[in-house]
Design a protein around this ligand. Structure first.
Ligand code: BG6
Length: 485
């Protein structure tokens, strides 16, 4: 573990991401004693604020967004690390104000860009202009990195004109989630899975990331993005690559990222010719969630009638490599669905011959269910004999169910941003997205966007509180399969 202290600088310290995720995570790191004693947190924003007023703002944000009563001592220790700098991010001259605070001989200068991507360029220019960029400086970029390959290249180029790739930490917060990381442990620390993880034993894989919440107040942003860009290009692609990749040589920086990249490069493109059999696009209408009436996407605050932005996507993904030949991966993700549920289901192949045909005509195949959130855990669905002597040899489906909250009841599950902030401070890039990964995943996503543009089909409606449009069921039924419910 690197022990050097940091000047951890948040651009956009009073913004939504910072107050919801970064500040509460820093609080938890402080509480756990994981921040170096000399580390400081520097907030940058464009408001006129004195030091004390800034600390009061931060205290109020912590009170609202840390999901437990604040410990006064931890709060004071964190506030004692904090400084505020007013910078109008478009004005390069103003970055010189950081020179009075940042000391790169003493601390690693980390800049967290918690702002719209249109400001990444101006911040890079400002930092370079102030002479604040050294080979040790690190930058953390939040998504979205572009809305297609061309715009993501533009952003990456801007950043690359000031920072080299080994200084850039692109966040996908799913890589900070405990259960997403556990995919690595499951796959590469357990011989039963390392040897049963390819086309010989697996029939197909399902990845579901369902959210119960609708778009709420984020209509303006979301309508420009849609579920494919907002969730598939990043989070689902990351889960997919962790499930599908070859074993990395180790868990350090590029080993893991290179293996993920190979999967992205092997994704079969989707075209206007096959899109109707490969992709389902949906948009929620009014419905009920947990017994309450909820509005449809177009009736949400700020909604504009006629929008064809998708809030649901289901995709059959084929990976053209040796390991996964003939094994489809079905992805689905949506807003305003029946429940918040993220999981990976590995469906094994049926057995070649059934010796229990007298009592069980067709043996259901084994399933490995990896519950990512909520109720994190792992289940194996298997057949066992029902005890008894009078009824012949009866079999029953049973579950081996490991719930993390029971198995690790003493451990607190850290939030994704806590882990990722710590990794940046320690200078470990393995859990951050390499530029090549971002661009390869955009190539594939762009192929779907282009096919949609060509076919010009509107999204299929689904009622809020359901599992998506009926066509999503048909996507699997066509292959004689069904979604795990
Ligand atoms: C974000 C998306 O990246 O992830 C949001 O922009 C989505 O639309 C969120 O709601 C989901 O994250 P989580 O951690 O709640 O699964």
């Amino acid at each position: 573990m690197e022990t050097r202290p940091c000047d951890f600088t948040i651009f956009g310290v009073l913004g939504d991401l910072s107050q919801r995720n970064l500040l509460p995570s820093l609080y938890q790191l402080e509480k756990a004693g994981l921040l170096h004693t000399e580390t400081r947190v520097i907030g940058v924003a464009r408001h006129e604020l004195g030091h004390d007023a800034f600390l009061e703002e931060i205290r109020a944000k912590l009170q609202t967004f840390v999901r437990e009563p604040l410990e006064p001592e931890t709060t004071e220790r964190l506030l004692a690390r904090m400084r505020y700098v007013l910078i109008n991010l478009d004005v390069p001259e103003e970055y010189k104000r950081l020179l009075e605070i940042i000391d790169q001989r003493m601390r690693v200068f980390v800049s967290y860009f918690s702002v719209a991507p249109s400001l990444f360029g101006p911040i890079c220019t400002g930092l370079a202009h102030a002479g604040l960029v050294t080979p040790e400086t690190r930058v953390v970029l939040e998504k979205p990195i572009g809305r297609n390959l061309a715009s993501s290249r533009e952003i990456n180029e801007l950043v690359a004109s000031v920072f080299s790739e080994n200084q850039v930490y692109r966040i996908d917060h799913y890589l900070g989630k405990e259960t997403v990381m556990n995919l690595l442990a499951l796959r590469f620390a357990n011989s039963i899975f390392t040897t049963n993880w390819d086309h010989n034993t697996i029939d197909h894989v399902q990845i579901t990331v369902a959210e119960e919440v609708g778009i709420g107040s984020r209509w303006g942003y979301f309508d420009q993005a849609g579920q494919l860009r907002d969730m598939v290009q990043n989070h689902l692609m990351q889960i997919l690559t962790l499930v599908a990749m070859e074993p990395p040589v180790n868990l350090r920086d590029d080993s893991l990222r290179n293996e993920k990249l190979k999967v992205l490069k092997a994704l079969r493109p989707i075209t206007a010719k096959n899109i109707d059999r490969r992709v389902v696009r949906g948009q929620y209408g009014p419905g009920f969630i947990k017994g309450k009436t909820v509005p449809g996407y177009l009736e949400e605050k700020g909604g504009i009638l006629g929008s064809t932005t998708e809030t649901f996507v289901a995709i059959r993904v084929d990976i053209d490599n040796w390991r996964w030949a003939g094994v489809p991966f079905y992805l689905r993700t949506g807003k305003a669905m029946a429940a918040k549920r993220s999981e990976v289901v590995i469906n094994y192949k049926p057995l070649p011959h059934n010796i229990f045909a007298d009592s069980y005509r067709s043996l259901p195949a084994n399933k490995l269910v990896i519950r990512l959130q909520p109720d994190e855990g792992v289940e194996i669905e298997m057949l066992n004999k029902v005890p008894g002597i009078g009824n012949g040899l009866r079999l029953q489906r049973t579950m081996l169910d490991l719930s993390f909250s029971e198995a690790f009841s003493k451990e607190r599950i850290a939030g994704a941003y806590e882990r990722l902030i710590l990794e940046v401070m320690q200078g470990n890039q393995a859990l951050f997205i390499h530029r090549d990964e971002v661009e390869s995943s955009w190539v594939w996503i762009d192929s779907i966007q282009a096919a949609w543009a060509k076919t010009n089909e509107p999204p299929k409606p689904y009622p809020a509180g359901s599992w998506g449009p009926v066509a999503s069921v048909a996507l699997l039924a066509r292959d004689e399969r069904e979604w795990e419910e």
